[in-house]
Structures are given as C-alpha cells and as structure tokens.
Design a binder for this molecule. Structure first.
Ligand code: ADP
Ligand code: ADP
Length: 228
C-alpha cells in the first residue's frame, strides 16, 4: 500500500532530512518508526500524507505517486488517511462531538447517519458520555482518544501517528495502544513513530529504525533497539 523509492528530502534551509529511502509497507501492517531525535522520523511519516513533498524519488500510496498529485487532490488523499499527533490538535472552542464531526467527510449523508457514525466512533474510544464536553475538560488520555476517533471517523485504510503517547503517562499510553491494536485488527494499516521502548518491545511488531535520514534497520517483530 505504501512504497517509497529513493525518497530524499532537503528542506529550504539546506538540511537533508532523508537520503534515499526505499521501503514498502503492506495493507494491514503495524509498523513502529524509531530512531534518535532529528533522525528524520517525522519527515518520513509526513511524506505519507503529503505534508512534506519529496525533493527526489517517489512516494506511492495504493499505486498513486503522491508527489505528483495536484494540490486540489490532497484533501481526497487525506480523507483516506487518519493522522494522530503528540499534542492532539483538537479545536478548543468546539465540543468533542463537533471535533469528530468536522472531520467526517460528508458525501450526501443524512444527519441521522452522520450522528450515528460520530457516536459510534466515540463509543469505540469510550467517550460517548463526554460528547458535549470541550477538550480542556478532558484528561490528556481522553483528548488523545478524541483525536483517534477523529482520525478513524472516515474509515481510513491507513492511520499515521507521530509520538501519540509522547505526552501521556505509561498507563494511559497502554490504553491508547489497546485502541490502536483494535483499529489494526480491523484491517487498518498503522504507522507510528515513537520513543517508547516499553511499547515497542512489548508489542513485537515491525520496526523501522531511521538514523541520519537513512533506514538502518527493518525487522519483523523487532525491538526498540536503543536505551530509553
Ligand atoms: P525526527 O522526527 O526524527 O526528530 P525530523 O524529521 O523532525 O526528525 O527532522 C529531521 C531533520 O530535518 C532535523 O535536522 C530537523 O531539524 C530538520 N527539519 C525538520 N523539519 C524541518 C523544516 N520544516 N525545515 C527545516 N528543517 C527541518
Ligand atoms: P460495533 O461493534 O457496533 O461495530 P464498535 O465499538 O466495535 O461498534 O465500533 C464503533 C465504530 O468504530 C464503528 O462504526 C466502526 O466502524 C468504527 N471503527 C472501528 N475501527 C475502525 C477502523 N479501523 N477504521 C475505521 N472505523 C473503525
């Protein structure tokens, strides 16, 4: 589903964040992206939803070269990709319900169906009873669950998470990982950048390690491989 061929990225300040990445990820995989700070992990995953364009090489998502698609096609690409961030990025003025509903790409759906879909995903992250709350009335773990609900509301085939547990305590992080496992079990590909040694070593999934903009390790059922 994801293929990178010779992907290279040099930012406008002259920093080369990625040097010739070749990688292939199948539908349904669960992949951890690890490596030191500044190694290029964020740049690597931002390539997948065209937040960053490659300076060289190609990124294919389901056969489409996303470096080549037109700007007006980017929303269509992103509708099929859920993204979860370390700092949640919820809209503070709006309720939990609205935060999730805004993300729902409404294509001739009845209000009743929209409401059902939003409440279904809130149920999945166990926040149905907080639909009317605002983000600042929720704990960090709850806010991250809202952002996961928002990410999956369009039924994406791919979910990308950049250090989703970076601001959470270990217990809350494990709750988030349980939800990720459930989402993955339903067939959604998950790509997660993380510094959590504990999570990576316990979950035993594919691990891609990036250092100085290069893939230095790619293992099925891999380990974190660094000191925490
Ligand atoms: P990581 O996620 O592993 O910490 P990043 O992909 O964020 O790594 O960064 C890789 C390198 O690219 C770093 O040297 C960083 O400073 C640089 N970099 C990241 N984003 C930008 C940007 N928007 N403009 C310039 N340089 C950047
Ligand atoms: P049910 O068992 O009634 O389907 P769940 O709590 O299992 O309810 O799921 C709630 C909602 O979350 C459902 O609408 C389901 O489609 C959605 N959902 C769960 N996992 C995913 C996923 N990986 N991608 C998209 N939507 C998902």
């Amino acid at each position: 589903m994801i293929e990178m061929k010779g992907v290279q990225k040099t930012y406008s300040n002259g920093v080369t964040a990625l040097h010739g990445i070749d990688i292939s990820i199948d539908q349904g995989e669960f992949v951890y992206v690890v490596g030191p700070s500044g190694a290029g992990k964020s740049t690597f995953i931002k390539m997948m939803y065209r937040e960053v364009k490659p300076s060289g090489g190609s990124v294919f998502i389901n056969g489409h070269d996303i470096g080549k698609i037109k700007n007006r096609q980017v929303p269509h690409l992103r509708r099929n990709i859920g993204v979860v961030f370390q700092d949640f990025k919820l809209l503070s003025k709006y309720t939990i319900y609205e935060n999730v509903a805004f993300a729902l790409e409404v294509i001739e759906e009845s209000p009743k169906k929209i409401r059902r879909r939003v409440m279904d995903v809130l149920d999945m992250v166990k926040l149905k009873n907080k639909a009317r709350f605002k983000p600042d009335e929720l704990s960090g773990g709850e806010q991250q669950r809202v952002s996961i609900a928002r990410a999956i509301v369009n039924n994406p085939k791919l979910m990308i998470a950049d250090e989703p547990t970076g601001n959470l305590d270990p217990e809350t992080s494990w709750e988030i990982m349980k939800i990720f496992e459930e989402i993955n079990a339903r067939g959604t590909t998950i790509i997660m950048a993380t510094h959590s040694k504990d999570i990576v070593n316990t979950m035993k999934k594919r691990v891609i390690a990036i250092e100085h903009g290069r893939v230095v390790r790619d293992e099925q059922r891999g380990d974190y491989g660094y000191e925490a």
